[in-house]
Design a binder for this molecule. Structure first.
Ligand SMILES: Cc1cc2nc3c(=O)[nH]c(=O)nc-3n(C[C@H](O)[C@H](O)[C@H](O)COP(=O)(O)OP(=O)(O)OC[C@H]3O[C@@H](n4cnc5c(N)ncnc54)[C@H](O)[C@@H]3O)c2cc1C
Length: 489
């Protein structure tokens, strides 16, 4: 059987197929040095169900008693995951797909562990230390060792151990299909096109986020101007070839995951920086647009529940950019990505000097906005970054609902951001076995899909850490079913 793509979803599919005794060929469009798709760019964060610390210990046996004593891991029960998926997608998420995602999340991570992927708690980004104790918030607690690169390397090592062949620089260009279904893949490798027969094919080759023309066509005008956070290779090939074979399109084709991303970042992701261009600490500060105005409630919710939709809001601002502003009180709480050398930042000892240094912004208006913001902060409420503290603003046209702190303590810091697109939401319709469905009803024999190119899970927004989890769950399902078909088990 053939798996198209070599990111997290594809490798999980390949491993699950190998378990079924199938002989597996993975086709990866990228050269080896750039392989691994968006998965390699991630921090490796996985959103999974756990009912308490015992579940985490089963996944991370290295967790020490003193770490456990110092930390409030709380729990993330299935009900909370369902609630988050429902609320964030405005209850449009496909119930069957969502059910598989949530109910298989814990078992799938344990299965990945048996393949050699190791996990650890996300101390650095998902927990603040308050009164000597870490507290995890926002349902996202587990990451792969070594982040995305560690995850992909572990999956590649496992695939090689299981006898899976990975061909790099091999771009699938079409499916070989007839009335009986899919019987192989057309592939361009080293300048030559060939046809490879297969008893089953799993498409796991990403969305269309790296295709400016498709972004404009489906997401709308202006999306050609967004930066791509990850791989340049996810240009919608898998979607195009499946649609040509009669697959049914489903989900939020005009929607995508997009975040605040450094304004000076390159057009596509840079593996030496990884996800370091993101700027996700805006709940601790304010964001100003070119007119000098705030344009969004930075503290509406934990960053895990707002970051994926705020990229689109930044794209809609004049000039497609914003400045995030912090002072010396909150600067120590900023995530590690604010410390990278490549950050587009400005610093000053007074707010007057700072606004004069914010490229492209109307300084007098920006200063007035900051002054009005400072006057509106409910200082009578205590600031606590670990909970939705209700420390908001009073009387502003756009409120800040939580974590409002006066920006009054020098030195002041600001970071220029634009919109960075992560992945697209629209995709292929699949059933419970990850079989791709035909427009005319029923599955297309021999064709399976997993990962970003599956439609129907995400609409409008997305809870952080769900992309890798969904890729692993559906990759495992698709690979298992395709592997059984290929091996005749
Ligand atoms: C900077 C960044 C940080 C992120 N952080 C997180 C995080 O911490 N947690 C999380 O859950 N999600 C995160 N995401 C989202 C996450 O990366 C994706 O949801 C997930 O990796 C998608 O996995 P996938 O296997 O479907 O696609 P990918 O990992 O993108 O793999 C697709 C593969 O298909 C290949 N391909 C494309 N076209 C072809 C073709 N024609 N023929 C052959 N191969 C082809 C590509 O080269 C690539 O290897 C992040 C994304 C980015 C960009």
């Amino acid at each position: 059987m053939i798996v198209v793509g070599a990111g997290n979803a594809a490798l999980c599919a390949a491993l699950a197929a190998a378990e079924q005794g199938a002989s597996v060929l993975v086709l990866e469009r990228a050269p080896e040095a750039l392989s691994g798709g968006n998965s390699r760019f991630t921090a490796g964060a996985f959103r999974c169900v756990y009912d308490g610390v015992d579940d985490l210990k089963a996944l991370m046996p290295d967790l020490t008693e003193s770490e456990i004593a110092q930390t409030d891991f709380s729990a993330y029960p299935a009900e909370a995951f369902f609630d988050d998926m429902g609320r964030l997608t405005e209850y449009r998420t496909d119930p069957k797909l969502c059910d598989l995602l949530v109910t298989r999340s814990r078992a799938t991570l344990r299965w990945m562990r048996t393949k050699g992927v190791r996990f650890m708690p996300i101390w650095g980004r998902q927990a603040y230390k308050v009164d000597g104790r870490f507290k995890f918030w926002g349902g996202l607690t587990v990451e792969a060792w070594g982040g995305g690169p560690g995850l992909v390397d572990a999956l590649y090592a496992a695939a090689r151990r299981e006898g899976v062949t990975i061909a790099f620089g091999a771009r699938a260009t079409g499916l070989i299909a007839n009335d009986d279904g899919v019987t192989g893949v057309r592939v361009r490798h080293a300048g030559a096109t060939q046809e490879i027969a297969a008893k089953a094919v799993v498409l796991a080759c990403g969305g269309f986020e790296a295709n400016a023309e498709w972004r404009t066509r489906y997401l709308g005008p202006g999306w050609d101007l967004a930066k791509v956070r990850g791989t340049a290779f996810n240009t919608g090939d898998g979607l195009a070839m499946a649609l040509a074979a009669g697959a049914r399109a489903t989900g939020n084709w005009s929607g995508c995951h997009a975040v605040a991303w450094d304004r000076g970042a390159p057009e596509f992701g840079d593996l030496t920086v990884g996800d370091g261009f993101q700027k996700h600490s805006y709940p601790l500060g304010v964001m100003l647009n070119a007119a000098g105005d705030r344009f969004v409630d930075e503290g509406a919710d934990f960053r895990n529940y707002t970051y994926a939709k705020y990229g689109a809001v930044i794209l809609r601002q004049p000039g497609q950019f914003a400045w995030q502003v912090f002072d010396a009180k909150t600067a120590p709480l900023l995530r590690d990505e604010y410390r990278i050398r490549q950050a587009t930042r400005a610093r000053a000892d007074t707010l007057e000097e700072l606004v004069a240094r914010l490229d492209g912004i109307e300084p007098a208006r920006a200063l007035a906005t900051l002054t009005a913001f400072n006057a509106a902060v409910m200082t009578e409420r205590a600031f606590d970054p670990n909970v939705k503290d209700g420390r908001g603003t009073r009387g502003l046209p756009i409120p800040k609902s939580n974590w409002a702190n006066r920006i009054d303590t020098p030195p002041f810091e600001a970071y220029a951001v634009t919109c960075g697109v992560t992945f697209t939401f629209g995709g292929l319709a699949i059933d419970d076995d990850a079989r791709v469905l035909h427009e005319d009803g029923g599955p297309i024999p021999g064709l399976y899909a997993a990962g970003e190119l599956v439609g129907g899970l995400f609409y409008f927004n997305y809870p952080g850490g769900t992309g890798l989890m969904a890729g692993a769950v559906f990759g495992r399902v698709a690979g298992g079913a395709a592997g059984r078909q290929a091996s005749g088990r």
